[in-house]
Design a protein around this ligand. Sequence first.
Ligand SMILES: Cc1cc2nc3c(=O)[nH]c(=O)nc-3n(C[C@H](O)[C@H](O)[C@H](O)COP(=O)(O)OP(=O)(O)OC[C@H]3O[C@@H](n4cnc5c(N)ncnc54)[C@H](O)[C@@H]3O)c2cc1C
Length: 576
Amino acid sequence: MSIKRSISPPPAVTKKLKLAESFEEYYNLDPKYYPKPITWQQANAFNNGKRPKPINLLNDQIKNQESLKKANISTVVHWFRTDLRLEDNTALFHAVQQLKVAQKNNTNAQLVALYTINEHDFRAHLDSGWKLTFAFNAVENLRKALSKMNVALVVRLFESKKPLLSRSNEYADWFKSQCLSLANGSALVTANAQYETDELYRDLEIYKKQDDKFHFQVYHDQCTVEPGVLTTGKGSQYTVFTPWYKKWVEHLKAHKDGKDIVKMLNIDIEKTVNQKLEQFESCDYTLPDEFVSYLPTTELQLPEASEQQAHKVLDDFFKKGKAFDYNNKKDVLALDNTSHLSCYITSGLISTRMVVNRGFHENGDSLMRKDIKQNNSVENFAKEVAWRDFYKHVMCNWPYTSMEIAFKFDTVDIKWENDVEKFRKWCLGETGLPIVDAVMRKLLFCGYISNRCRMIVASFLSKNLLVDWRWGERWFRKHLMDADLASNSGGWGFCSSTGVDAQPYFRIFNMKLQCEKYDPKGAFVKEWVPELKGVQDLKILREGTSNDRTADGYAMPIVDLKESREKALEAFREAM
Ligand SMILES: Cc1cc2nc3c(=O)[nH]c(=O)nc-3n(C[C@H](O)[C@H](O)[C@H](O)COP(=O)(O)OP(=O)(O)OC[C@H]3O[C@@H](n4cnc5c(N)ncnc54)[C@H](O)[C@@H]3O)c2cc1C
């Protein structure tokens, strides 16, 4: 990741960052946006059929979409959301196909690209400044690429004094009026589905606004295998990853497309578009300070947010050999040997189909040669990409997992300690547990940490500190560049034993062992906790110090690992 920083971060990285003074936004859903959070009993209505799942409602709409051969469409508007790319983009492909149809009736039919902003969504969803800044840079690069093809990318800002989310009726009205203002007559809007519950309800609201001048079409694109396709023998969604993954591989093999394991789409915008670059009113948006004030400014350099760069990151991962050494090195904390593709995938600068295809070809046209247990490095890498699909499928089938309700209802009775001061120390990397502090400081400084790092600190917060996993999930969302609701709540559910196919509750990461295995010489700890730079004693580097004068002002651990482990076991045992 090309984040520039001084050779080593300053002793207290966090002191350089202006952090939110109040931590309250991490304790509860914001009542301004969610006045009545659902209970697990209400969530259960999705399971027993009393409340329709939004994904099913969306699929009903998708089924009714047709090529609008008879409608006189003057403008096809592709609405870019988390699909900020021109290659292998399903809805964009259909936009261009529909444009060809429209041109038969109307030679002046045009293509326009639209990107919309609603700050209320950012606040309600705790979007991180890292992620938003990265996405806006990507939009700017997309705008330049499109303008070379004579397609305007128009940015429009939804402004409301009321805290209105995009799923509201007012937003849908506003959205329709924006699209019609771009069209010289009637508009067809294409978009790729987003599977978070608010976003699904938003699209359903927009469908309701259709009339003979305004048409809306949504496509599945975000996953390698779309949600709902892989079911158990009984026709239900899998709750365990391994059998689901076998099915995922079988499905891909059965639907192979020529040489590729998964079909990719060729989009010929340049050949189809026959228009001058039109000038539309577009807003010049800058993120308000509240979203970026906690980012380190001087050393910050975000990774380049472009489609070309996404391809380069993928290419380098294979060409530089990291992919072939993934099994051995992905967890070594000081090496950073993973692909770093997550922010590109989350913002849609690259499709996971392209990533999986690349792995397939690099692996001698194979995804799973023998048995899952014998997976080689590239196969394991593809399996990690599949985890992302798995969590999206889970979120579609159990929509409440994106509404802060745990997948496992029996965990609602866990008596979390929720010690605000301990949570604050965890956030700021001041727990006195070197590995935890190193990870949390890196997160603050880079907006990115590896999967192993995420698991270590998630286990520590939810088990050793007995802090409700949702607090940590929100903190991650607010600070990760790649924040993605499905993977984030899935990962937190896994580590806190409250989610789908989670670790058994008695698996509590042993911090000493994690250090021995993944940071054996303490190099990672020393990089991010420079107070311990001069310390030779591996015991201190792994377990912290029992003497506050041992290491240049470094705090003593806020919990005893053994005691807190016992306490966590008891709390989970009692609840479940
Ligand atoms: C507590 C917790 C929170 C997480 N929050 C997020 C999040 O907000 N956004 C996010 O993209 N990932 C999240 N993950 C998953 C994973 O940690 C990141 O995807 C990964 O670290 C990104 O680094 P990379 O691109 O170098 O991954 P690589 O190891 O190179 O993997 C390639 C791609 O596979 C996917 N992937 C890898 N591991 C996982 C996984 N365990 N679950 C789902 N997808 C995976 C990602 O898209 C990733 O870019 C979380 C995991 C945990 C344990």
